[in-house]
Ligand binder design. Structure first.
Ligand code: PLP
Length: 481
């Protein structure tokens, strides 16, 4: 493909993207296809000869789009959002154009230094302690996911707890502390690190809350230390996946520090809200932590994947992860004056993700990012008010930022409410007009409404609310009839 032909085809692809985004509102959010529907419509063999782009776009229209859950749809309210803003697509194109592989500073100085500058600037914009910046001897990097961030934080924690770990591996006596609400990526990190499930300690929540109880943590740490075990890492969460619960980071970190335990704050979804001064308190106490991750690819207008990880000790990840074969040696690395991001992650190679994040913040400004967050938080507050005012529904938890957890109320007891909530969610999703997911909190089925898609506005939340009420009424009617 020569550059001139690329120009022609590229325009066609950009046109396709613009048309697709402009038409999203009219499409069902979730496809109604059965397993195997896509496979049955694709040629089983790869083409021997080249084919025109039109044929590919035609297949995308006929097969791919109808079988896609449309995460960029304005009435996508499931899981947490995945914000692929058009600004970030532009940045991704630039990154792909350069095609740089930024494993070492020397393999693309720009890929490394743009990322360093952006991470330092984002740390300041989020109000993080300057100790998390390169200027403060810490530093940040862009991981593919919060799961990877948790894994490398755990590896750094293992190394700090036992420097011989690199030679001997884990001993089986290490312990990692989470709550029942902690994301499963921590359990996975524990497994990948070779620790085994028994290393994972689930700390109780404080009475009447879903957040980690610092007293229970103190008791668990003391008991484990007394038993000769080795507490390694505590993970408080700012904005749990189920209900958006917030662990008391400051108290947790204070307790953990007494035992020299690494504190990794998982703020994958909610952390970006700290760009707004009124939500900065969410990261209160993070200055006592060792690492923090938050995902622009969830709620900060940045296409998957971009998860920011900061560490207070800029040497911690390279100390745990660096392995230098001859073919990677170079004078810049040996000078000790550059960052080689390969030492901050599991894979060797890495793409130039910073360009995508930069394109977002360049195109929207911090003011645009703050409006995006504020608008969704306001929409969640309004939805929560409606839920409170309607006897057919109840809040399962107080709204957390832009996440509203609700249940259907039947008057026939909590088991009946569980069943009704499940049925209403199924009906809404089957209608194709909106997409919701659920959790179980306090043993009860909960409908989660995660507001945050790039183009979600008041009218879309209104439409969801009308649909929820209509489906609840129709279900009741059907049951009575
Ligand atoms: N932590 C929390 C609180 C999450 O909500 C999620 C995903 O929803 C994750 C971690 C995992 O994120 P990732 O997909 O970036 O690994």
């Amino acid at each position: 493909l020569d550059p001139e032909e690329f120009r022609r085809l590229g325009h066609a692809v950009v046109d396709w993207i613009a048309d697709h985004r402009a038409g999203l509102d009219a499409l069902p959010v979730q496809p109604g296809v059965d397993p195997g529907w896509v496979r049955a419509r694709l040629p089983a063999e790869l083409p021997e000869d080249p084919a025109p782009l039109d044929a590919l776009l035609d297949t995308v229209d006929r097969v791919v789009v109808p079988a896609s859950t449309l995460w960029q749809h304005p009435r996508f309210f499931g899981y947490f959002p995945a914000n692929a803003s058009l600004h970030s697509l532009l940045g991704d194109m630039l990154s792909g154009a350069l095609g740089a592989q930024g494993m070492l500073w020397s393999t693309s100085p720009a890929a490394t230094e743009v990322e360093q500058v952006l991470l330092d600037a984002f740390a300041a914009a989020l109000g993080l302690d300057p100790a998390f910046t390169f200027a403060g001897r810490g530093g940040g990097c862009i991981q593919d996911s919060a799961s990877s961030g948790a894994l490398v934080a755990l590896l750094a924690a293992l190394h700090r707890a036992e420097p011989r770990w690199r030679e001997t591996g884990v001993g089986g006596d290490e312990r990692v502390y989470v709550t029942a609400e902690t994301h499963s990526s921590l359990a996975k990190a524990v497994r990948v690190a070779g620790l085994g499930a028994r290393s994972l300690r689930v700390v109780d929540a404080a009475p009447g809350s879903l957040g980690m109880d610092p007293d229970a943590l103190a008791a668990a740490l003391a008991a484990d230390a007394a038993a000769g075990l080795r507490p390694v890492l505590v993970c408080p969460t700012v904005g749990t996946t189920g209900t958006g619960a917030i662990d008391p980071v400051r108290q947790v970190a204070e307790v953990a520090r007494e035992h020299g335990v690494w504190v990794h704050v998982d703020a994958a979804w909610a952390g970006v809200a700290a760009l707004c001064p009124e939500f900065r308190h969410l990261l209160d106490g993070v200055e006592l932590a060792d690492s923090l991750s938050t995902n622009p690819h969830k709620w900060l207008l940045t296409a998957f994947d971009a998860s920011l990880l900061w560490v207070r000790d800029g040497a911690a990840l390279p100390a745990a992860l660096s392995i230098t074969p001859e073919y990677l040696r170079n004078t810049a690395s040996e000078s000790g004056t550059v960052v080689d991001y390969r030492d901050w992650q599991v894979p060797l190679g890495r793409r130039f993700r910073a360009l995508k994040l930069w394109a977002v913040v360049h195109g929207t400004g911090l003011s645009g990012l703050r409006s995006h967050i504020r608008e969704h938080v306001a929409l969640a507050a309004k939805l929560a008010d409606r839920v409170r005012a309607d006897p057919a529904f109840e809040l399962a938890a107080e709204p957390s930022l832009a996440l509203v957890c609700l249940r259907v109320v039947t008057g026939a007891g909590p088991d009946a409410d569980d069943a009704a909530s499940r049925e209403v969610l199924t009906r809404v999703n089957a209608s194709g007009t909106a997409f919701l997911t659920h959790t179980v909190a306090g043993g009860r089925y909960v409908i989660r409404v995660a507001i945050g898609a790039v183009t979600t506005g008041p009218e879309h939340v209104d439409q969801l609310w009308d649909r929820l009420r209509a489906e609840a009424a129709a279900m009741l009617h059907q049951r009575q009839g």
